[in-house]
Design a protein around this ligand. Structure first.
Ligand code: HEC
Length: 125
């Protein structure tokens, strides 16, 4: 019984430290993904298509202006210089991977060009 309690205690300590490590590391984009070039040249048509998709699937959390609806999209804010400084590839990766409360759109939006259109739209916010 004593060793079982000890085991449970150790398991809890290990689980907590792992979650702290991933919290510290945050949302890491692999360099190879950040370097991927956006194959969809931005245009009025691409931005409009991206906006339609964003309005249907992202606006409820990120808001019409990209600053976030209440705390739904915290800490993201598409209008900040820190967001804009990221490469298109990094933004595309984040849409696919998701993180914490941000859903993964890897299969929810299967078509890659649809996601590149969204990236082009986010650039206009
Ligand atoms: C359920 C709410 C929710 C929905 C729906 C949602 N997001 Fe997010 N999103 C988040 C949250 C929360 C974060 C911040 C995650 C973090 O950093 O902890 C985020 C972060 C992001 C980021 C990274 C921002 C940065 O600062 O680098 C991008 C890009 C993004 N979302 C795009 C999208 C797109 C595109 C869609 C729609 C296809 C979408 N999100 C739908 C909640 C949501």
């Amino acid at each position: 019984m004593k060793s079982l309690k000890m085991f449970v205690a150790i398991a809890i300590v290990v689980a907590v430290s792992f979650s702290l490590v991933s919290f510290e590391m945050g949302w890491v984009v692999p360099a190879a993904d950040a370097a991927i070039r956006n194959p969809v040249t931005t245009s009025a048509a691409s931005v409009a298509a991206g906006k339609t998709e964003y309005t249907a699937k992202c606006k409820m959390c990120h808001g019409a202006t990209g600053v976030g609806v209440g705390t739904m999209a915290k800490p993201s804010n598409f209008t900040l210089p820190a967001f804009k400084a990221q490469t298109d590839g990094a933004i595309f990766y984040k849409i696919n991977s998701g993180f914490d409360k941000m859903p993964s759109y890897k299969t929810k939006i299967a078509d890659a060009n649809t996601k590149w259109n969204i990236v082009n739209y986010l650039r206009t916010l």
